[in-house]
Design a protein around this ligand. Sequence first.
Ligand SMILES: C/C(=C\COP(=O)(O)OP(=O)(O)O)CCC[C@H](C)CCC[C@H](C)CCCC(C)C
Length: 348
Amino acid sequence: MSESTPITPNSNPGEALDSVAVNSSEEITAVGDRSAKTRQLLGMKGAAPGETSIWKIRLQLMKPITWIPLIWGVVCGAASSGNYTWTLENVLKAAACMLLSGPLLAGYTQTLNDFYDREIDAINEPYRPIPSGAISVPQVITQILVLFLSGTALAFVLDVWAGHEFPNVTVLALFGSFIAYIYSAPPLKLKQNGWLGNYALGASYIALPWWAGHALFGDLNWKIMVLTLIYSLAGLGIAIVNDFKSVEGDRQLGLQSLPVMFGVTKAAWICVLMIDLFQGFIAAYLVTIHENLYAAILVLLIIPQITFQDMYFLRDPLKNDVKYQASAQPFLVLGMLVAGLALGHAGV
Ligand SMILES: C/C(=C\COP(=O)(O)OP(=O)(O)O)CCC[C@H](C)CCC[C@H](C)CCCC(C)C
């Protein structure tokens, strides 16, 4: 039996309205708090400060929200290998590779990036775990080393499991970790350059996990490598979208992001053209290998992206960047899977 709360009618309508307002503002605050806490755990902007659990702080540093594209890349690579079958062993192998590319190596990358950004974050985002003092620098260094070493070890286990003569996955893990290092750390700090930084980001999020997934279930060949590097140019476009939110700060700090170099309108056009043209290129390639159905589906998935570019992004890139990403990204990532399936079907 459930207990019901008695409802007492309020004789004073003004007071009743006030209490409704107070209750709903409390509810809104509670919902807001919950959402800020979730954002904190996922490593998103607008997170709630003041977390005291060291494990939650460690997770926040690893930004779980950024693991998703890397995990998805492994799925696309498994599809393009053409050899993936739904056995328990293959599911476990794929899951281990997702653990490698998401929590371990993307987690390593994000922690490393926050470590090297700690001084600038002390000015721009002082509530981040390192500048706020929620976690000490030696604890962060330990986290970076543990994630890197466990990633490398798991990559090696995957090579042995897949019976590789050449340790493809380990080499990819080491290469990815190196790119992550030069992306964030001086003297190269690739992220300071709009083209290099965003291409490193696009390629690491599309090509590297794709190669790892493909190598795990098939033979990673140069055609797959070149095609995914071309696909990564669409990823470069996606990476540029993230630069609009910080255009003023970047300009003041002398960072050469594309919106700083070309201005907001021109950079927005460069961004959408890269996204559309390089996906279009992949669709055209699929036609040349007679995968016409997959090519047609890919084109159908590009059309809503163009629509959202016109509706949101190109009209006001500074205001609509997040809205555009949320609406258009699902079509881009579905397109990646379609391309992976087509390449696997064609035996490329
Ligand atoms: C740290 C990264 C992005 C954050 O950039 P930024 O500092 O501009 O943004 P915030 O201000 O919001 O922090 C990502 C950098 C990615 C990096 C170049 C390479 C990643 C490598 C992969 C994790 C390796 C995966 C290999 C595996 C699949 C075998």
